[in-house]
Design a protein around this ligand. Sequence first.
Ligand code: GUN
Length: 286
Amino acid sequence: MTILDGKALSNKVKEEIKKETDELKKEGIIPGLAVVLVGSDPASQTYVASKEKSCTAAGIFSEKITMNEDATEERLLDRIAKLNADDSIHGILVQLPLPEHIDTAKVLEAIDPKKDVDGFHVSNVGQLVTGEPTLVPCTPLGVMRILKEYGIDPMGMDACVVGVSNIVGKPMTNLLINARATVTVCHSKTKDLKAHTSRADLLIVGVGIPHMIKPDMVKEGAVVIDIGINRMTWGKYEGKLVGDIDFETVADKCSFITPVPGGVGPMTIAMLLKNTLSAAKMSVNK
Ligand code: GUN
């Protein structure tokens, strides 16, 4: 069994990005990312702070825009329009979830697709589905990068994706289809989850239920990717981050497995930096 070290790989990717941003700077281009945070959700604040820190280390200019919890949709849309028009900004990320009075879909569609480093705009989602090169959501992109690094080619594999979110499950499914895996997609209404997961050569889980996947749900020798990040508030793991996979009992059955923390999580930020760099290069046709 090999542990897929997302932390080490993310550092390698960040170093590659730093080299590229240094080259771009010689031509007078500094990649810029705007992160918009509405409200004061503590988890979102932590994510945003860590995105800013990583940008700086990779030579990317970052601008943080914070708005009060009660900010109107109109004000947010107005701010996005300004960022769309700002030549020093190549990537725009609006941290989700947004407060309930704001229409998330409307906000995401307001971002210039060429600056949509989250890959959430319908135009980019459409291009992912049709297999055209585009900005792709960071977490599933990070999973594909991990697989590539360890020489795991999804082509022809029986893959099972558990979770159908727009951020993770759906784009993950499309990336795997484009890579010619045979993909089964499961969700909370799936009748017999175990029947599907236990057939998978490649099992990818992102549902947010701690330790949901037990050894009897996993095929011997499977590649297992854990996208869950759950902060435990009770029991043996109190205060710790755990994944959707019961790592301790499942790991021995796998050929490869991602840990939590240190697996997919660090790759998400690395891919955000990569998308920002791509958007900056696209803006000058490189
Ligand atoms: N909230 C949780 N994950 C994400 C993400 O990947 N992008 C954004 N914008 N918000 C999130």
